[in-house]
Design a protein around this ligand. Structure first.
Ligand code: LLP
Length: 425
């Protein structure tokens, strides 16, 4: 990111004093659709995807977008049309990707707690692969598939026990995490998988965490996984693919994650050196494809000066943007119109009745009530994690493509929220 550029630039940038997303003025979208409003840049998503595609040029590799990062249908369509497959973690996500036009063979299914019903539905849809996370799951999946007269394609998610050097809540590849099959038990689990009647072993996978900004944890995990590949194949169990999961970080503030093509240059060099460079590769990126492609536009409701803190109360809250409350995450907050006023330091907070409902702490802003702000890097793990706490409707979403803006989700109202509820007789 060059000095003065915003995360999400050049797709989010000031023209004169006003913030634009591609060729659309964000303030116009706020006026037309209300706030809080999620706005995405299609070009930013495709540009993030292109970095991976460059990295994999000339290789056998497939990108499965991890839609937990943002599962809005139109966003899935963008990635489906660009040739991506999808990494799902629930039956609900399966229905979403199918509704967005993906085929079963474009889908892999991760997660530690798949139900039998989810397994059956995924087998019916003919998914590409189940990423199995425990020996107990192997047994159940085999039983379900055998009862359906089929064999489930499986890859075992191994836990390489490397430190991804990220926030503890989003580390997944350490011994103490609930994810994956322990490295030292993996060989035994593969033997079992190969012996079960309802399974067909197709690959191996790992995912060590999220918002990873360094290359070294990936290289360590790669080495650990390749050691296992060698051990498993020496027993006559062939692994058609190797899946390295997702996890690449983005810029929220001053992070400097490697670009996807740079990361993959390093990993492919290691794969080549170890003789696995022509293997079918798969990855499951989420955040790095959408995170910097989205912003949440919000209106300043009140300024509330205090003895210890000044508060800037906005109309977006922890139910719309849960990451600060959950992980003390940082998102840049910028005005839609750069003003000349004198900046004041505020805690930027939402209307939800919780002290944890803050979006940014100690931010210098020159704003007045009625003015609009953008919370940046909000394309990943915001809308998909949004809730209805305090009976707040989830925001509308707009996808911008050049000078065009498409509403891809209408704002939820109280009626939408109460639709499935019943009064007592
Ligand atoms: N594959 C698996 C098996 C995963 O568990 C995840 C994310 C991904 C792929 C995609 O990882 P990504 O490329 O997005 O880092 N809500 C948290 C992040 C949770 C990530 C969970 N797993 C946050 O807002 O920071």
């Amino acid at each position: 990111m060059s000095a003065g550029a915003l995360p999400g630039g050049p797709f989010f940038q000031y023209r004169g004093e006003e913030l634009f997303v591609e060729d659309v003025r964000l303030a116009d979208l706020a006026r037309g659709h209300g706030t809080p409003l999620f706005v995405y840049s299609r070009a930013a998503m495709l540009s993030a995807l292109a970095a991976y595609q460059r990295g994999f040029a000339g290789r056998k590799a497939r990108i499965f977008y991890a839609l937990k990062a943002n599962s809005s249908l139109a966003i899935l369509q963008v990635f489906a049309r660009a040739g991506c497959g999808f990494d799902i973690v629930s039956g609900g996500e399966l229905e979403r990707v199918l509704a967005a036009g993906a085929k079963g063979s474009d889908i892999i299914f991760s997660g530690v707690g798949k139900t039998r019903a989810e397994m059956r539905r995924a087998l019916d849809a003919g998914i590409h692969c189940f990423n199995v996370e425990s020996e107990a799951e192997l047994e159940v999946l085999s039983e379900v598939a055998a009862a359906m007269g089929t064999r489930a394609p499986v890859s075992l998610r191994v836990n390489p026990d490397v430190n991804p050097l990220t926030h503890p809540y989003i580390s997944t590849g350490l011994k103490g995490n609930k994810f994956g099959i322990a490295h030292k038990e993996a060989l035994r689990a593969y033997r079992r998988a190969a012996a079960l009647p309802g399974l067909r072993v197709t690959g191996i996978d790992c995912h060590i965490g999220s918002q990873i900004t360094q290359v070294s944890p990936y290289l360590d995990a790669l080495d650990r996984v390749l050691d296992l590949v060698a051990a498993i194949e020496s027993e006559g169990i062939a692994l058609a693919h190797i899946d390295f999961g997702g996890g690449l970080g983005i810029v929220y503030n001053s992070e400097q994650p490697p670009a996807a093509d740079v990361l993959w240059q390093r990993l492919l060099a290691r794969l080549d050196a170890r003789g696995y460079g022509d293997r079918q590769l798969m990855i499951e990126p989420g955040r790095s494809l959408v995170g910097n492609a989205g912003a949440c536009v919000t209106e300043v409701l009140y300024l509330k000066p205090g003895e210890q803190k000044n508060f800037c109360i906005i109309d977006a809250a922890m139910n719309d943007l849960p990451r600060p409350a959950m992980y003390e995450a940082f998102h840049q907050i910028v005005p839609l119109r750069q003003g000349a006023g004198k900046p004041v330091t505020y805690d930027v907070v939402g209307p939800v009745c919780e002290s944890g409902d803050w979006i940014g702490r100690d931010r210098k802003l020159a704003v007045q009530p009625g003015e609009l702000l953008a919370v940046l890097s909000a394309g990943a793990y915001c809308m998909s994690m949004a809730s209805n706490y305090n009976t707040r409707g989830r925001p509308a979403e707009v996808l911008v493509d050049g000078a065009q803006a498409h509403v891809i989700r209408e704002r939820e109202d109280a009626g939408d929220q109460m639709r499935k509820e019943k009064l007592l007789p």
